[in-house]
Design a protein around this ligand. Sequence first.
Ligand SMILES: NC(=O)c1ccc[n+]([C@@H]2O[C@H](COP(=O)([O-])OP(=O)(O)OC[C@H]3O[C@@H](n4cnc5c(N)ncnc54)[C@H](O)[C@@H]3O)[C@@H](O)[C@H]2O)c1
Length: 399
Amino acid sequence: MDKMKFVLIGCGRIATLHVAGYKDNPDAELWGVCDTNASTAKKFAQEHGIPKIYKDFDEVLADKEVTAVELLLPHHLHCEYTVKACKAGKHVSVQKPMALNLAECDEMIKAARENKVLLKVFENFVFYPPYRFAKKLLDDGEIGAPVGIRLKMNNASLASRNIPIVGNMPKKGDPETEGVKETGWEVDPKSWLWRLNSTLSGGGPTVFDDGYHKFSTVMYLLGDVEKVTAWIDKTPVIPGVYNDSPAVIMWKHRDKKLYGVWDIMSSDDMYVQSKYYTCDERVEITGSRGVIWITRCTATMLPDVAPVFMYRDGKTTEFWDMKSDWADSFEASTRDFVDAIKNDREPVLSGQQGREVLKFALAAVDSARLCTEVYLDSYEDKPLPKKRGFIGNLLHGRS
Ligand SMILES: NC(=O)c1ccc[n+]([C@@H]2O[C@H](COP(=O)([O-])OP(=O)(O)OC[C@H]3O[C@@H](n4cnc5c(N)ncnc54)[C@H](O)[C@@H]3O)[C@@H](O)[C@H]2O)c1
């Protein structure tokens, strides 16, 4: 049987990690790419040996050979492009966050259902092998009943190649920092333009955008959330444009005495070693009998510490025998998409799961805005602003 044909829509920063899952895949091939920037598409196709370059999205949708599309696009396009692809009978994987609001999620879920195609929200953290391993330890009761979770994020800028403004360079003559090598992967400033415009991105780059991963991870590990309380501060990136951090977010899981907290701090003078974004995540899960730590994900501040280790009954156990590169989570998530289509099953995340994660993120943002705790069941969706602003119009050729 012929392999199923997949097309990437958007060949920007994250597209590079969406290639590996098709390599040596017996069921699927990465058949084509499409990007409004033709030279970006051409360069990407050449670099990765992808046979077909489409001039626009409509051409992809009109091609009967195409089985599925992966949407790797700015967030304000997620809903519109998903609905179009569903109507053209293509299966869809849409990068996180699923959409700008819950009404858009509903449209996307409805379009997939009515056109009998599969809708996956591509949230890779739930495929990160150390998180998967920790989940198995939890499910096997290794630390007893879970009673709490802490997520810690260190965003650092010293010598980082992916900070929106010029990274904090080592200070001349400072023996502590001179000679420090650049860290992290390079991010095109254009990739930040739409991200820092909340009309296009739906919210701040840290709590709303990157946070989608964290909210998803928490729900994957410990289940549904009942209520959330958040403080989200602002840090200027350029005059009038802000990053939504530092922040502290707390929540309670549904029907359980099980609480969580996520704290995000930015340290301008800190160096974080990373092959990807210079953002380090650690997780600590406390149970009635022990504790599990997961010590890395996007970055690796603690390379000498086991990816997962556990404390129980006075003893610590280190777990090293697993893949732990961030890219491994992308590969596994792509394979989930292919397998779900092949076997006609729900993907991870399904549209409904993706909607629940978005609700958690939106409720956290609302909590900070209203200075109150927000129950997810009573969270009310907000209408989207009609104006895209100067940058939005510039990027989309609309006046
Ligand atoms: N899973 C993760 O960890 C992770 C990390 C980064 C980004 N993302 C997500 O991936 C998506 C893309 O992010 P990115 O960082 O790659 O962005 P990016 O800005 O680097 O790339 C977006 C690409 O889409 C192209 N594009 C824009 N409009 C288009 C259109 N109408 N048709 C075709 N191409 C179009 C742009 O030219 C650009 O090349 C976002 O949803 C983002 O949140 C996920």
